[in-house]
Design a protein around this ligand. Structure first.
Ligand code: NAP
Length: 249
C-alpha cells in the first residue's frame, strides 16, 4: 500500500513515516524539504501518483492569524484536488481537540477551515483531533510568560505524547475511513497551570506559575471543556511524568 505523509519531515510526520515503514508499507514523506509543496503545488501530483492513502500532518510555517488560515485553506484545496485526480481512497488529517469550540483562536479557526474542506470533498476521510502534544507545553509556558511570572488558566488540560499520536494515526491509516472525527488525548487530565508547574520543575526553571481564570490561551479564555475531549476518546499510553523523565535523561 502506498501512503503519502504530507508534512512527513515534521515532529509527527517523522515518527509516522517510521512506524508505517516498519509495518511494511511504501511510505513517501512529502514536504518542501523533499520537493513537495502543497501551497505552490510543486511536486504534489507526482508524489500522489498511485497513492492509496494520504495523511496530512503538515503545519503552517507562520501562526499569524491570516497566514495560518491561508496556509490550511490553500494547502487543503490543492491537496484534495490532486488526491481526487489520483483516486486516493482515504484522506486522514490531524486536527486539534476543541477546534470547533474556540473561534477566538486564529489557529483553531484555520484548523476548522481545513476540516470543513475535507468534509466537503468527495474523498473518504478520517479527522483525528488530538489534544496538545507534551512537546508543546514548553511553548505554552513561554507564550504565557512575563519575566519570571507565567500566568495560565487553571482549566482542565489533557495533553498527549507525540509518539502516541503517530501510533494512532498509523492505526487509522490501515483501517476503513471513519468519515467523521476521532478524538485522541493523553491518559490523564489536570489543570493547565499544574502541567506548566511540573514542566518547569523538571526543567529546573524557576519561573513562577500563577493560576488565573482570565488568562488567555492564544487569545481565548478557557473552561474545563475548551481543550479536553468529549466522551470515549482514544487515550495515549505515555504519562507526562514519564515523558519528562525521558526528556531530562
Ligand atoms: N502542537 C500541538 O500540540 C498539536 C495538537 C494537535 C494537533 N496538532 C496538529 O499536528 C500537525 C503536525 O504538527 P507538527 O508539530 O508535527 O508540525 P511540524 O513539526 O511543525 O512539521 C510541519 C511539517 O509541515 C511541513 N510543511 C510546511 N509547509 C509545507 C508545505 N507548503 N507543503 C507541504 N508540507 C509543508 C514541514 O515541512 P519542512 O520540514 O520541509 O518545513 C514539516 O514536515 C499540525 O497540523 C497541527 O495542527 C498539533
Amino acid at each position: 500500500m502506498k501512503i503519502v505523509v504530507i508534512g512527513g519531515t515534521g515532529l509527527i510526520g517523522t515518527k509516522l513515516v517510521g512506524k508505517l515503514s516498519q509495518r511494511g508499507h511504501e511510505v513517501v514523506p512529502a514536504a518542501p524539504r523533499t520537493g513537495v509543496n502543497t501551497v505552490t503545488g510543486e511536486g504534489l501530483a507526482k508524489a500522489l501518483s498511485g497513492a492509496d492513502i494520504v495523511i496530512d500532518v503538515s503545519n503552517s510555517p507562520s501562526f499569524e492569524d491570516r497566514a495560518v488560515l491561508s496556509f490550511f485553506e490553500t494547502s487543503s484545496l490543492n491537496l484534495l484536488s490532486d488526491e481526487a485526480d489520483a483516486k486516493v481512497r482515504h484522506h486522514i488529517a490531524l486536527s486539534v481537540v476543541g477546534a470547533d469550540r474556540l473561534p477566538e483562536n486564529g489557529y483553531f479557526r484555520a484548523k476548522m477551515a481545513q476540516e470543513n474542506l475535507i468534509r466537503a470533498s468527495k474523498i473518504p476521510y478520517t479527522i483525528v483531533r488530538a489534544t496538545q502534544f507534551f512537546e508543546f507545553v514548553g511553548g505554552i509556558v513561554d507564550g504565557s510568560s512575563d519575566g519570571q511570572i507565567v500566568r495560565l488558566s487553571p482549566a482542565l488540560f489533557q495533553p498527549v505524547a507525540s509518539d502516541d499520536v503517530a501510533t494512532v494515526l498509523a492505526d487509522v491509516a490501515i483501517g476503513a475511513p471513519f468519515n467523521g472525527v476521532i478524538e485522541l488525548a493523553g491518559p490523564e487530565k489536570f489543570s493547565l497551570d499544574e502541567f506548566a508547574r511540573r514542566y518547569l520543575v523538571a526543567m529546573e526553571d524557576h519561573r513562577k506559575v500563577v493560576a488565573d481564570v482570565h488568562a488567555r490561551y492564544f487569545g481565548a479564555e478557557l473552561d474545563d471543556r475548551s481543550l479536553t475531549p468529549g466522551s470515549g476518546p482514544r487515550l495515549g499510553a505515555m504519562h507526562f511524568e514519564d515523558w519528562l523523565t525521558r526528556l531530562c535523561e
